[in-house]
Design a protein around this ligand. Sequence first.
Ligand SMILES: NC(=O)c1ccc[n+]([C@@H]2O[C@H](COP(=O)([O-])OP(=O)(O)OC[C@H]3O[C@@H](n4cnc5c(N)ncnc54)[C@H](O)[C@@H]3O)[C@@H](O)[C@H]2O)c1
Length: 245
Amino acid sequence: MRLKNKVALITGGANGIGLATAMRFAKEGAKIILWDVSDHGQAAVDTLKQGGYEASFKKISVTNEQHVQQAVAEGHQQFGRIDILINNAGITRDRTLLKMSKQEWDDVMAVNLTGVFNCTQAVAPIMKAQQYGRIVSASSNVAIRGNYGQTNYVATKSAIIGMTKVWALELGRFGITVNCIAPGFIKTAMTDIMPEEVKQSSMANIPIGHWGVPEDIANGYLYLASDEAAFVSGICLTIDGGAAR
Ligand SMILES: NC(=O)c1ccc[n+]([C@@H]2O[C@H](COP(=O)([O-])OP(=O)(O)OC[C@H]3O[C@@H](n4cnc5c(N)ncnc54)[C@H](O)[C@@H]3O)[C@@H](O)[C@H]2O)c1
């Protein structure tokens, strides 16, 4: 097992890529701390427990710094360590620049950018004390390609690539690697809401010829969270069927 006895905190783990990652990590021996604003996180953790895996759920928003600090302390107390942080929680509020409201800008910043900062800042001291940690965050291939109607989202996903490089520099000496993944189109609730014609036209830009599934990204997280990636830090791993060129 590639994550035997590791403790993994996965934000936004109730659905989609986060849920697939929680399941994959548990099967590889990790104990799961799953956070989400959605109650579905409890059902996900119940399923994990029924499968004989160790897991706990906390209903929490990554946007609230105090709640994040408190929940990290709780998780640390319960499991004794936190080895892996997957900054997966993310939202979209798509609108063209000319129509985007300040609220739509702020909402996406709060979750996708400040949320990643809050969680990483709360967990990093624990990893430093352990002299061991793996931090992997969700960027997107739109950070590289740009995307129509996603000023706010692309800003946050580009920032994640930048923050990853800074944190790799700052935390490397403590045995902590920091990386991110840039997924392309992955079939989840986030992309189900896209107009059908946009889904169809997206295919033309994907050399592999189809969208990905959450497990494609979970496999990437598994690699970067495992000891196989001990010498990998500061990178953004694109997993998008060849779309970002
Ligand atoms: N699906 C894709 O095509 C795709 C592509 C590139 C990047 N991503 C990124 O991957 C990540 C996961 O995306 P997904 O497609 O699985 O989305 P999803 O909508 O299926 O799941 C996201 C989860 O995050 C949770 N969440 C939202 N706001 C939160 C908050 N404030 N605090 C805690 N949890 C919160 C949601 O409740 C949900 O369970 C996101 O960061 C997304 O931007 C997805």
